[in-house]
Design a protein around this ligand. Structure first.
Ligand code: C5P
Length: 239
């Protein structure tokens, strides 16, 4: 049964983070959603629990899926891993930009054999890392300097976009325009709980700043009225 309203014309901006620890709970939730109103993000926990068959199942239900496994390995291994994701039919897959140019180029090249390859995006700097954490692993400069440098590296390595904080979007957009896509977590609709997110933006603010897609988890998945929350977000983007 699908009861989502106001479908934002086949390019839904909201990527719902399916951060569930059980397959059945995740599937029951997914079956209440309309694939024209949202896309779905599956991360390491749910993927480790459910395996690729869950991805295939939700794709068969009509959803476009962002497989958020953040690959970071030698170029050959990452190339094979993104191909395996592409064979599952996912819409988006990601790697760590800190894996370097050769790794990102190998991943992008490996996707060329697919008729409809997934979008390949990179994580720049994890938003959990502060300047002292970067210094400890030998990265000089502020988190924002590193994010910008790695976003440019991802672009010049042929990737389709990066994951970043909504607060970094404006600075990235100054040097990298669309169609390079910016995928932003840390999104909180007006009035919803902040949880453990540090620097948040509303869906509308993030899109106005230049985000391409919004990752939204708990404000929807932990709500008593998830469809209403999703519809309200989509409405706020339409207005
Ligand atoms: O529940 P919430 O909306 O905070 O979920 C955000 C999702 O985005 C989670 O799956 C989280 O792992 C992911 N994420 C994040 N911050 C990042 C990168 C990914 O919150 N910097």
């Amino acid at each position: 049964m699908n009861n989502n309203e106001n479908n934002p014309a086949k390019d839904p901006k909201v990527l719902i983070a399916l951060d569930f620890a059980e397959r059945e709970v995740a599937l029951r939730f997914v079956k209440t959603l309309n694939p024209e109103a949202c896309r779905l993000k599956v991360g390491k926990e749910l993927f480790a629990i459910t395996g690729p068959s869950f991805i295939t199942e939700i794709i068969q239900l009509g959803f476009q899926v962002f497989l958020d496994l953040k690959y970071h390995d030698i170029p050959n291994t990452v190339a094979k891993a993104v191909q395996a994701a592409a064979r599952l039919g996912v819409w988006m897959v990601n790697v760590h930009a800190l894996g370097g140019r050769k790794m990102m180029e190998a991943a992008q090249a490996a996707l060329q054999e697919f008729e409809k390859p997934p979008l390949l995006i990179a994580v720049t700097i994890l938003t959990s890392m502060q300047q002292e954490d970067l210094a400890e692993i030998g990265l000089e400069g502020s988190p924002q300097d590193n994010v910008l440098r790695l976003a440019k590296l991802a672009q010049s390595s042929g990737l389709d976009g990066v994951v970043c904080s909504a607060h970094e979007v404006a600075a990235i957009r100054e040097c990298i325009k669309e169609p390079f896509c910016l995928v932003t977590p840390g999104i909180r609709p007006e009035g919803s709980a902040v949880n453990d997110q540090k620097r948040i933006m509303t869906p509308r603010q993030a899109i106005d700043a230049g985000s391409s897609y919004l990752v939204v988890g708990r404000p929807i998945t932990q709500s008593n009225i998830p469809i209403t929350v999703l519809n309200q977000i989509n409405q706020s983007l339409d207005n």
